[in-house]
Design a protein around this ligand. Sequence first.
Ligand SMILES: [Fe+2]
Ligand SMILES: [Fe+2]
Length: 276
Amino acid sequence: MLRVLQITDTHISPAKAHFASNWAPVAAMARVLQPDLVVHTGDVTVDGADMAEDMVHCRALMDGLDLDWLAVPGNHDVGSENPDHHQAVNDERLARWDAHFGPDRWLREAGRWLLLGVDAMLMGSGHAREAEQAAWVETVLATAAAEARPVALFLHKPLFLNDPDENDRGYWTVPGAARAPYLAAIRAGSIRLVASGHLHTARIIRRDDTVYAFGASSGFIVDKLAPADLPGEKRLGATLHILGDDGSVESRLLTPEGLDTFVIDDVAHEVYPPHR
Ligand SMILES: [Fe+2]
Ligand SMILES: [Fe+2]
């Protein structure tokens, strides 16, 4: 059995400390739980996409857990997949992530389990690393299938909101065109857990044999700035995944004591002022 603690969307910066006080409760809970691994599913920083200081600060926080950890980047860490965005993912931003947090994609073997972390911000970007990652994922998933090993997938953006065949949801999910290899592995029974962040809502669903954990942010919730139909509960927390040796998954929402339910709407003009 493997216990993986997923934390996500902490949005921490030394310069913009609006949500920083929520780190201590999460860290304290993690130290008590002593999971086998902590996975941060992105938006670690407020603005690591442009601020090296955010990266340095958040790396130190992660190391301060004194636990084994891995992370995949979010849009606020490496930029957007949209080439027209003022913070589009590029070589410089990816290199900054790599320097402070390690590779943006990774594979960890744990018993029979394969823990697969991918960079959702590449998907649809056209950056050279997008195709490299896709080819690498294909190999990993083929190996998993050949060896009949269960896979737990970690990525910042969810594959979809409600239905694998839904239309693209733009900012909120990975592009529909990028879903196919993952959906094929899910339908083949290979990927048993999909753990994502980005939505700042909490929801755990089981669909066929796969658990989808739309991980609760421990930074802030989004009130009226989110679409009205965005699924999930508007509450903060963290998610514990218990991965059984038989390939089973039990995921549960945890609520660290002492979290303040910050609302981004109240401070968006300071934290993420509109780009001019
Ligand atoms: Fe976020
Ligand atoms: Fe995000």
